[in-house]
Design a protein around this ligand. Structure first.
Ligand code: NAP
Length: 295
């Protein structure tokens, strides 16, 4: 079996499944499922993400509502827009693109989203549901990582997993998901002592650090599975840049049993899972049953 875990191919398959369910939903509900994306300001990376999200939403047969607001938009106006989207029956999922400008309180805006439309899974209600094993919405990137792992291995029960990073967006939900899969989970962070030694115990290593090529091949147990969440742009000479992960792919790939490349590993999963969460939200909001096992 190829050592590389092909997230691009898996994401394409997931989007095709979502598209087929979205067509069925439209027939049954008499309307398309809808995703609203709110972008405040002109951060170039965020603009690219939002454009891609919009394109892929439409390609899956769902409605896309884009709200682009100037960087100086007052917090109160943003909260009013979120409230309007909360009660709009055409909107099943709401995503507020982060980061928000400094004058806006991010937590307050996320807290204003109806948890049943919170397809990013960032609302504390959804974080609590994940932590306590209740159905809710799970952040897209870590859910995508678990989908790739389960697709490769089936059961993850009993495996030792080390998650490097403890952010609310990736590290913490990743750890919760792996606990739910019955892994023995260690969460490492910037204060962890002897990180290479901690990583060496792991059957599964998830790197979500934001430091280019930090995890080296000689940190890994031979045969370990490596999930590289990192997306770092580094200089590639002649004024050009290239994307690298948080794992040093060249030294890690020969030691690992399986590994996600960057790009083409975890990255493509995020939007595909967002669309998956949106079609799930649409069914829940419309009171239409959906078998989520194939999603
Ligand atoms: P973040 O909020 O900056 O969190 C980084 C985590 O790494 C923190 O918990 C930090 O520890 C830990 N850390 C930093 N330096 C470390 C070190 N030297 N040793 C061990 N741990 C260290 O980042 P994030 O939002 O979780 O994102 C992580 C990476 O994933 C970034 O490269 C980001 O671009 C990427 N990402 C990719 C996707 C995708 O779609 N594929 C989505 C989201 C994020 P402390 O808590 O102690 O500070």
């Amino acid at each position: 079996m190829d050592k590389r875990i092909d997230g691009k191919a898996f994401a394409e398959g997931l989007r095709a499944r979502v598209a087929s369910i979205a067509a069925d939903f439209e027939g049954r509900a008499g309307r398309q499922a809808g995703l609203a994306v709110v972008l405040v300001g002109e951060d170039p990376a965020s603009q690219v993400y939002v454009r891609n999200k919009g394109k892929q939403t439409l390609a899956c047969g769902m409605a896309s509502f884009e709200h682009k607001l100037p960087a100086e938009t007052p917090e109160a106006d943003l909260l009013a827009l979120v409230e309007q989207l909360n009660v709009d029956p055409a909107v099943d999922g709401i995503l507020v693109q982060l980061p928000l400008p400094a004058h806006v309180n991010e937590s307050k805006v996320i807290a204003a989203i109806n948890p049943d439309k919170d397809v990013d899974g960032f609302h504390v209600v959804n974080a609590g549901r994940l932590a306590t094993g209740l159905p809710g919405f799970v952040p897209c990137t870590p859910l995508g990582c678990v989908m790739l792992l389960k697709d490769r291995f089936g059961s993850l029960a009993g495996l030792d997993a080390v998650v490097i990073g403890r952010s609310n967006i990736v590290g913490k939900p990743m750890a919760q998901l792996l606990i739910a899969e019955s892994c023995t989970v260690t969460v490492a962070h910037s204060r962890t002592r002897d990180l290479p030694e901690v990583v060496r115990r792991a059957d599964i290593v998830v790197a979500a650090v934001g430091r280019p090529e930090m995890v080296k091949g000689d940190w890994l147990k031979p045969g370990a599975t490596v999930i590289d969440v990192g997306i770092n742009r580094v200089p590639a000479g002649e004024g050009k840049t290239r994307l690298v992960g948080d794992v040093d792919f060249a030294s890690a790939a020969p030691v690992a049993g399986a590994i996600t490349p960057v790009p083409g590993g975890v990255g493509p999963m995020t939007i595909a899972v967002l669309l998956r969460n949106t079609i799930v939200a649409a069914h829940r909001n419309a009171g239409i049953a959906l078998d989520e096992s194939g999603l």
